[in-house]
Design a binder for this molecule. Structure first.
Ligand code: HDD
Length: 697
């Protein structure tokens, strides 16, 4: 028999079924199908019945086991960050930090540590979309030789609240509303803004959340931040404060809001697919790890508190030192086993790293361990392959549901003297290399009466929000103001909108006024600030547009073809895109392709109806006179061009494509070019075009 797949019908005891199964060939099975007890299954198509048309029999243990297991396949989704995508990779040290920390992974330049990284949205459920306006989680598990270290951060360097006791309120307010179950995956609704407007400490984070940071183009183009101040501890027991930063090698890149919305309809899994495909095709995403290091005297000199998670330290005030890189180079083999079951916990730290007294961090140290028990069902979740450390784990913790280990001997307590009698005595504590908590600063700020209070500088809720505002480009400011207008316009409770405007007046009257105008509302009185805001110098590092990388690397160009497309030109455009590191995607009205000028059929990568231009970073309209004529009445083609223009992307085109561009309302600005200038332009966005295509606040 040859190696082609042959099909036959499967015959059951009583009759004939209609499935086609391969008899022999490339799709033949790897082994015999068995039950979970290892019993070989002879028929996976028919349940056991009393006669061909009779009832199914309870005796059918194969059916019962299969359905039983299926019924229990789902576990509770994460209470926040439910939707996520993960990948394996490694962290490589490029600069030793041995002077400030004993942490093993920061000692020897060139050494690699395996990691598993999970990116997520916050508010939506596990099955929600990838591109809502939302903060992105950025969680990295380092499997070090000294145990697991989890850096559980976000793509924004500050947080909504200062104290963990407010976290359940924050999350309840932003998730779908309790009575109606909507909206899913979005903050544009009453309860979130009601809470936010009553909690001025959210203001700084709201500025970030309303900026383009929360509508990233790709997970590969986001920054990551540890947010809190942590501590490094060196061999002498000295402590240095540290803040962690991830910098994407591809640079920062975001979408425009309308594009993000259109991506949702084009592809719910846009970010997940982008990450998976990039890794699958060898375009491994990479980030640099940077640290801001400082001592107590520096912390004391700042006009804000480094223990307050609503504050950042601008890079211009304290430069970031790049000390390593993370490369994600392997997709999970199984989404559930790895991405879903991975259990991060900020309390997982290694010797040489320690916590600070940040009250938000302190609360997190409890929450994550606790939530994993409810999500994964047992205190033994650390034994799952994705969570298990890659160094020896030895202790006297025993038993519990789903215990996978089989410890030998009697030693399950410590101290014991069993070794003296020739029995294994088990591990002992290690005073020298074991984890030791840093004593911290022993002054009255940190050791005082038991009080439910916040430190004084925490009361400044607006200075850094203002810093963020003045650090943005004009276009970014317009996006922020417009997002406030969009979100607050979805708030039905008018007094909430007003209260929010009162808060924004403390950031800057300019912003408050633009938002008020955008809603056609009068500007209310300024909210009373708990502490008067002050001015900080602008920080360019806080802007995306000031830090864009004009590169096609990692980006996709959609090339629209139709019958008659110039074969030579198409080849040239395609080659120049791939030579510049981009991905060229051929789009045609029919997936089978189009007949080019040389008479050959060029297969398409995607059909026009299913490949809107929101999916691409730039487009090239590669049509002949006839091709253009044929597409003049094709809505999807007009929309393809119109959206690329509206989303501020470069549009390359043939002269013959002009009529289609005109019909789509394209104005021939700097970003609309013929083939010879296309590659330079394709790596850019044309923000100056925006006032001509939409009204911004
Ligand atoms: Fe959290 C998940 C990031 C504050 C409680 N958080 C979670 C994840 C990320 C963050 C990235 C998803 C991890 C994954 O991929 O599995 N969280 C943050 C950051 C915060 C923060 C950057 C502030 C700086 N979180 C925070 C507070 C609390 C929590 C204050 C509770 C007191 N977070 C949780 C949680 C989650 C979680 C409920 C849900 C699922 C999980 O932990 O594993 O425990």
């Amino acid at each position: 028999m040859d190696d082609k797949t042959h099909f036959d019908t499967v015959k059951g005891n009583g009759g004939e079924t209609h499935q086609q199964v391969p008899e022999k060939g490339p799709h033949t099975p790897d082994g015999h199908l068995t039950t979970n007890q290892g019993i070989r299954v002879s028929d996976n198509q028919n349940s056991l019945k009393s006669g061909a048309r009779g009832p199914s029999l309870l005796e059918d243990f194969i059916l019962r086991e299969k359905i039983f297991h299926f019924d229990h396949e789902r576990i509770p989704e994460r209470i926040v960050h439910a939707r996520g995508s993960g990948a394996h990779g490694y962290f490589e040290l490029t600069q030793s930090l041995s002077d400030v920390t004993t942490a093993d992974l920061f000692q020897r330049v060139g050494e690699k540590v395996p990691v598993f990284t999970r990116f997520s949205t916050v508010a939506g459920g596990a099955g929600s979309v990838d591109t809502p306006r939302d903060v992105r989680g950025f969680a990295v598990k380092f499997y070090t030789q000294e145990g697991n270290w989890d850096l559980v951060g976000n793509n924004i360097p500050v947080f909504f609240i200062q104290d963990a006791i407010k976290f359940p309120d924050l999350v309840h307010s932003v998730k779908m509303e309790a009575n109606s179950g909507y909206p899913q995956a979005g903050s544009a609704h009453d309860t979130f803004w009601d809470f936010a407007s009553l909690m001025p400490e959210t203001t700084h984070m709201l500025m970030w959340a309303m900026s383009d940071r929360t509508i990233p183009r790709s997970l590969r183009t986001i920054e990551g931040f540890g947010v809190h101040t942590f501590r490094f501890i060196n061999a002498k027991g000295q402590s240095t404060f540290v803040k962690f930063h991830w910098k994407p090698k591809l640079g920062l890149q975001s979408t425009v809001w309308e594009e993000a919305l259109k991506l949702q309809s084009a592809d719910n899994d846009y970010h997940r697919r982008d990450l998976y495909e990039a890794i699958d095709t060898g375009n491994f995403p990479e980030w640099e790890l940077g640290v801001q290091l400082f001592d107590q005297a520096f912390a004391d000199s700042l006009p804000y508190d480094v223990l307050d998670a609503t504050k950042l330290i601008p890079e211009e005030t304290l430069p970031i030192k790049i000390i390593g890189r993370m490369v994600l180079d392997r997709n999970p083999d199984n989404f559930f086993a790895e991405t879903e079951q991975v259990a991060y916990c900020p309390a997982n730290i290694v010797p040489g790293i320690d916590f600070s007294n940040d009250p938000l961090l302190q609360g997190r140290l409890f929450s994550y361990l606790d939530t994993q028990k409810s999500r994964l069902g047992t205190a033994n979740f650390h034994q799952l392959p994705i969570n298990a450390p890659k160094c020896p784990v030895m202790n006297f913790q025993r038993d519990g549901m789903m215990q996978m280990n089989v410890p030998k001997g009697r030693a399950n307590y410590e101290p014991n003297s069993l070794a003296e009698f020739g029995e294994p005595g088990g591990p002992r504590e290690c005073p020298v290399t074991g984890f030791k908590t840093d004593a911290g600063r022993a002054d009255q700020d940190e050791q005082g009466d038991k009080l439910r209070v916040r430190a004084e500088l925490f009361a400044d809720h607006y200075s850094q929000a203002r810093l963020f505002w003045i650090s943005q480009t004009e276009s970014e400011q317009a996006h922020i103001a417009s997002s406030f207008v969009f979100e607050l316009s979805k708030v039905g409770l008018a007094p909430v909108r007003e209260r929010m405007l009162g808060n924004l007046r403390n950031v800057t009257d300019e912003l408050a006024k633009r938002v008020a105008d955008g809603m056609n509302m009068p500007l209310p009185d300024k909210a009373k600030a708990a502490r008067a805001p002050f001015d900080l110098p602008a920080s360019d590092a806080l802007s995306i547009q000031k830090n864009l990388k004009p590169t096609l690397k990692g980006r996709a160009v959609g090339i629209l073809i139709a019958d008659g497309t110039d074969a030579a030109l198409l080849k040239q455009v395609k080659t120049s895109v791939t030579d510049a590191g981009g991905k060229a995607v051929i789009i045609a009205p029919k997936v089978g392709g189009a007949k080019l000028s040389d008479g050959k059929l060029m297969a398409a990568d995607a059909q026009l109806q299913g490949a809107p231009s929101a999916l691409f970073d730039a487009i090239f309209v590669c049509l002949s006179d006839d091709g253009c004529k044929a597409l003049m009445t094709e809505g999807a083609a007009i929309q393809f061009v119109m959206d690329a223009f509206g989303h501020l992307k470069a549009i390359g085109h043939t002269p013959q494509s002009h009529p289609l561009l005109d019909k789509a309302g394209v104005v021939h600005d700097d970003g609309v070019v013929f083939a010879e200038h296309f590659i330079d332009k394709a790596a850019q966005r044309f923000f100056e075009r925006e006032p001509n295509v939409r009204t911004l606040a």
